[in-house]
Design a protein around this ligand. Sequence first.
Ligand SMILES: *[C@@H]1O[C@H](CO)[C@@H](O)[C@H](O)[C@H]1NC(C)=O
Ligand SMILES: *[C@@H]1O[C@H](CO)[C@@H](O)[C@H](O)[C@H]1NC(C)=O
Ligand SMILES: *[C@@H]1O[C@H](CO)[C@@H](O)[C@H](O)[C@H]1NC(C)=O
Ligand SMILES: *[C@@H]1O[C@H](CO)[C@@H](O)[C@H](O)[C@H]1NC(C)=O
Ligand SMILES: *[C@@H]1O[C@H](CO)[C@@H](O)[C@H](O)[C@H]1NC(C)=O
Ligand SMILES: *[C@@H]1O[C@H](CO)[C@@H](O)[C@H](O)[C@H]1NC(C)=O
Ligand SMILES: *[C@@H]1O[C@H](CO)[C@@H](O)[C@H](O)[C@H]1NC(C)=O
Length: 408
Amino acid sequence: MTMQQHRRMDVLFRLALVSVLALGAARVTLDNLRKNLGETRSHKYTIQVPIEVSEEEAIEDGCNVFEGKWVRDNASYPLYREDSCPFLVKQTTCLKNGRPDSFYQNWRWRPHACNLPRFDGLKLIEILRDKRLMFVGDSVQRGMFESMVCLVQYALPNDVKRSLQRIPPRKIFKVEEFNASIEYYWAPFIIESISDHATNHTVLKRLVKLDSVAKHSKEWEGADILIFASYVWWMYKPTINATFGSLDNIQEYNVTTAYRLALETWANWIDSSINPRTQKIFFVTMSPTHLWSWEWKPGTDGNCFNETHPIEGSYWGTGSNLDIMGIVEDVLGRLKVKVNVLNITQLSEFRKDGHTSVYGERKGKLLTKEQRADPKNFADCIHWCLPGVPDTWNEILYALLLQDYRAG
Ligand SMILES: *[C@@H]1O[C@H](CO)[C@@H](O)[C@H](O)[C@H]1NC(C)=O
Ligand SMILES: *[C@@H]1O[C@H](CO)[C@@H](O)[C@H](O)[C@H]1NC(C)=O
Ligand SMILES: *[C@@H]1O[C@H](CO)[C@@H](O)[C@H](O)[C@H]1NC(C)=O
Ligand SMILES: *[C@@H]1O[C@H](CO)[C@@H](O)[C@H](O)[C@H]1NC(C)=O
Ligand SMILES: *[C@@H]1O[C@H](CO)[C@@H](O)[C@H](O)[C@H]1NC(C)=O
Ligand SMILES: *[C@@H]1O[C@H](CO)[C@@H](O)[C@H](O)[C@H]1NC(C)=O
Ligand SMILES: *[C@@H]1O[C@H](CO)[C@@H](O)[C@H](O)[C@H]1NC(C)=O
């Protein structure tokens, strides 16, 4: 890659981030409307789901579920239908927003050394009986949360009551009969920052408090399963304004330095507050972006727009920073509490076709016809369509939870 391309990538990365990492107030009304969905039923229903993990469902010893390939599967995928999930926000409903192809929904991730168990939403909700599962992170992580909600709600019998509540910066999906909840908590840097308001935030103005996590962590304390992710908000520039210690002393930090300090702050909380016998922690590695088509198709000058098929053969985009990946590995490796890594980066790298592209929104509004006609400036190659790639992240999470459940 030439120096010029490097510089250009940096600028484009910034533009892309500014345009898509902004939430609109429009969403609030929608969610409040949805909140009451399903709350009119009072019929009591009790399902005892037999949880039996057959041999096919077990992950074979030594199988790295993150190494594999995408295979076409029109019969079993998607795992739910876009229009069957009332809990999806506009940002992810690509077909409804006008995407002409739906191939991106028909891919199954097949690890080289084993098969993933088929996702069974009833088994998952049984595993979550009397529990809280919480996703923590930015809007990409919110996509993983929504995917999980859709996967589960698709499996529930019609008369099982479900609800989605919005208590910013949280979203809470509840299945009362199981006393189970699947939650989302907005914290784009995991640690505290001035971007922690659920809607009033912008990547243009970032200030992170590298040594502070208490405001957030007190909300995480009671959760049984916590799934963390944080990446793209850090990457807007090579440096970031931050404090460490005194709030009056704001300094520009190299992002890699800042990321390490932030993750260590989080890690200290994990080691001092998590009970590994009753709580499980996961960390999701960076979700890749597909902002520059010359990376997979040399000589072209586009982005993820118009892409309909996964990349074949080996591929790792420059947007997925290896220094950051190394820091994650290092910090997690030194924890006393075991944190499971959901290393979804490589498998998602192949999916240049899975992004919302021009069939999503910007600042809380769907793109206009004119904006859609200008994919160079308006395609979102960071977020994912649903059903889609985040479903696979959840299938893997499910497989690991099932494995643990079976082990007792
Ligand atoms: C899946 O469907 C697509 C489009 O209908 C078709 O082109 C493809 O051959 C099918 N693949 C398989 C494996 O059936
Ligand atoms: C419901 O689940 C919560 C955890 O989310 C737990 O604290 C509570 O005891 C459960 N209630 C019952 C009646 O089991
Ligand atoms: C948004 O947050 C900024 C500070 O981060 C504040 O100055 C501004 O008043 C807030 N705007 C609204 C509409 O709440
Ligand atoms: C840090 O803050 C100062 C003052 O607001 C600003 O001029 C500078 O651009 C910021 N640096 C970064 C990396 O955002
Ligand atoms: C930031 O730190 C990384 C890793 O230590 C180094 O490679 C990079 O050159 C640094 N960047 C700046 C702008 O200092
Ligand atoms: C996108 O694909 C369509 C149909 O294949 C083609 O007509 C159009 O030129 C493509 N647009 C871009 C920007 O590549
Ligand atoms: C995730 O997998 C990649 C290979 O795909 C590897 O290079 C990286 O170290 C792994 N990250 C972690 C945190 O384990």
